[in-house]
Design a protein around this ligand. Structure first.
Ligand code: 13P
Length: 258
């Protein structure tokens, strides 16, 4: 659970689900139910639904996000969407380097860094995803993988440039599998991420850095996960597709941390 430096953030990643009517209905439900004094709430919706969901969210406290962006400003890049286009569509945030993009679409630490550069330049809140596969965890390489991903994405920036950065720890083996990391496993990884960011960008950035956990977060495990000191929020896939389950996660209850 976050301390006073870090406002909790609960983000839904709708991935490639829902038609427009379903997107509008879900956005309405989330906007209506998100408590005014609760955590920051973000929904990352498919490109085709950005503008209609943006209309629904106008005037609400829920922020609109995209699930990816391209790093060029504009040009002959068929099938890609720029940061400026996302801003124009009403986005405040963007997910970068999700493991599904790394696994299936050739995303690398280098392209994550390019996308992060473009997102920051446009003033989009970047949610940069990192995480190890099951094989990497079983090989004892979790920390090495996280370190490589973070170093690859985050070097070359000054700490002030990264003031809005959000990191999402999403162990690949926990995504869509129903196999959540235990709170202790998540905490261990989050602490490592914070320490690595401290080494890269200093104590002030690390202390204010919000680190989300993602991977089978559900209404029945959110409270325990959010009770860990270095978990500042969640990136929720499947359970974000229904307003009631997502809102239960938004309304997580975790003991206040000293
Ligand atoms: P699930 O919550 O469906 O496991 O997905 C997690 C995720 O990938 C969020 O980005």
């Amino acid at each position: 659970m976050t301390n006073s430096l870090r406002r909790p953030l609960i983000a839904g990643n709708w991935k490639m689900f829902l038609d427009l009517a379903g997107s509008v209905a879900l956005a309405r439900g989330v906007a209506a139910g998100a408590p005014p004094d609760g955590p920051e709430v973000v929904v990352a919706v498919p490109f085709t639904a950005l503008t209609v969901v943006g209309e629904v969210l106008k005037g609400s406290k829920v922020k609109l996000a995209a699930q990816n962006l391209h790093w060029e400003k504009e040009g002959a890049f068929t099938g890609e969407v720029s940061a400026a286009q996302l801003k124009d569509a009403g986005c405040a945030a963007v997910v970068i380097g999700h493991s599904e993009r790394r696994q299936f679409f050739g995303e690398t630490d280098e392209t994550v860094k390019k996308r992060l550069t473009a997102a920051l330049a446009a003033g989009l809140l970047p949610i940069v995803c990192v995480g190890e596969t099951l094989a990497e965890r079983e090989d004892g390489r979790t920390f090495k993988v996280l370190e490589t991903q973070l170093t690859g994405a985050l070097t070359g920036f000054g700490p002030s440039q990264l003031a809005t950065l959000v990191v999402a720890y999403e162990p690949v083996w926990a995504i869509g599998t129903g196999k959540t990391a235990t709170p202790a496993q998540a905490q261990e990884a989050h602490l490592f991420i914070r320490k690595t960011c401290e080494r890269l960008h200093g104590a002030a950035l690390a202390a204010g850095l919000r680190i989300l956990y993602g991977g089978s977060v559900k209404p029945d495990n959110a409270d325990a996960l959010m009770s860990e000191p270095d978990l500042d929020g969640a990136l929720v896939g499947g359970a974000s597709l229904k307003a009631d389950s997502f809102l239960r996660i938004v309304k997580f209850s975790a003991p206040a941390r000293a």
